[in-house]
Design a protein around this ligand. Structure first.
Ligand code: FEC
Length: 288
């Protein structure tokens, strides 16, 4: 069989002018409030993506390194921007693939997140190649070890974070929160952390309740408990993007400064060779 990998990520606008179309794609046809769009444009502007984005380059570097590690063609497909997941599927088919491994650069399964990637890929392949889709890799030893190495030995209180989702996922029996807590506990055990906890981040203004606590409120609670030094370890993301560079590095940092707390965050895995080897191990298992 001829095999290929479709490596999927959320996607990020390439330049400021793309933000309205990108946001419209995320909203999937539901209305976009002008003030929310203006706020999003401002966040991207302050991250300096006027004409080109350093964020998409990280996904490309990951693709490149994974292709080399595996010796298999790897195509990137974005959920909300170009190249779309459908473009990656077509590229894999054009390269002759009749068996495709689908891997998302997000470790935890949710029907409101990973399922969307799977649906797009299945729809695009339309039965023209066998699909081996990786649903989650939240307890992958290489991933746990990599993050444990980044928090081991700290004297800070470690806060593991991940993207929040609407709270209704709990009634749906969704495994997202459970998987997140499992990843956090595995890392904490491996690094023998003394003080750690978990909070969500990056809630969206959609008008319904989201899972909490949100990191910004949670910093208040930690401060009230006398915590002075926090190390943020985002486990639900793997690279530097808006949710890291803005929500943690700007918003959470400002909040900590207001409270007189010291806040640091770990380096994200990005295209670290150890992370690439971990991704390769996951793909190899999916394509035995
Ligand atoms: O760097 C970038 O340019 C893109 C960063 C980015 C990542 C990301 C990951 C996740 N999201 C998840 C769920 C939701 C839900 C909504 C939602 C909305 C946004 C908006 C932006 C955005 N997300 Fe995101 N997400 C990123 C960016 N996300 C921008 C829209 C403006 C805003 O709210 O700030 C709500 C959609 C709606 O309006 O109905 C739900 C989840 C992840 C982690 C898994 C993954 O990476 O796929 C879950 C990166």
């Amino acid at each position: 069989m001829t095999e290929a990998v479709v490596l999927m990520a959320y996607g990020s606008p390439e330049r400021l002018a793309d933000v309205p179309a990108y946001y419209a794609d995320i909203r999937g046809g539901r209305p976009v409030a002008p003030e929310h769009l203006a706020d999003l444009v401002e966040r991207y502007r302050r991250l300096g993506i006027e004409d080109s984005s350093p964020l998409n380059a990280i996904t490309e570097a990951t693709r490149d390194a994974l292709e080399e590690e595996l010796g298999l063609p790897v195509f990137t497909g974005m959920k909300h921007w170009t190249p779309h997941i459908a473009d990656a599927a077509e590229a894999a088919l054009a390269a002759g693939a009749d068996r495709v491994a689908g891997l998302v650069l997000a470790p935890h399964y949710s029907a409101l997140s990973i399922k969307g990637y799977r649906d797009q890929l299945e729809h695009a392949l339309d039965g023209r190649a066998e699909l081996e889709f990786v649903e989650s890799w939240h307890a992958e030893p290489g991933f746990v070890d990599l993050l444990a190495d980044r928090v081991r030995g700290t004297d800070a209180h470690v806060v593991f974070t991940a993207h929040s989702l609407p709270a209704r996922i709990l009634e749906m029996g969704d495994p997202y929160k459970e998987q997140l807590l499992e990843t956090a506990a595995l890392i904490a055990r491996s690094a023998q952390l003394r003080a750690w906890s978990f909070s969500f981040q990056s809630e969206s203004p959609t008008g319904e309740p989201w899972l909490g606590p949100d990191i910004l409120d949670y910093l208040d609670a930690l401060h009230a408990d006398g915590v002075e030094h926090v190390l943020v370890c985002p486990v639900g993301f793997v690279s530097d993007h808006l949710e890291i560079r803005w929500d943690i590095d700007v918003e959470a940092q400002e909040k900590a400064a207001e409270l007189g707390m010291r806040l640091e965050r770990i380096e994200m895995p990005n295209d670290d060779p150890a992370f690439i080897r971990t991704l390769a191990a996951i793909v190899k298992r999916a394509l035995p």
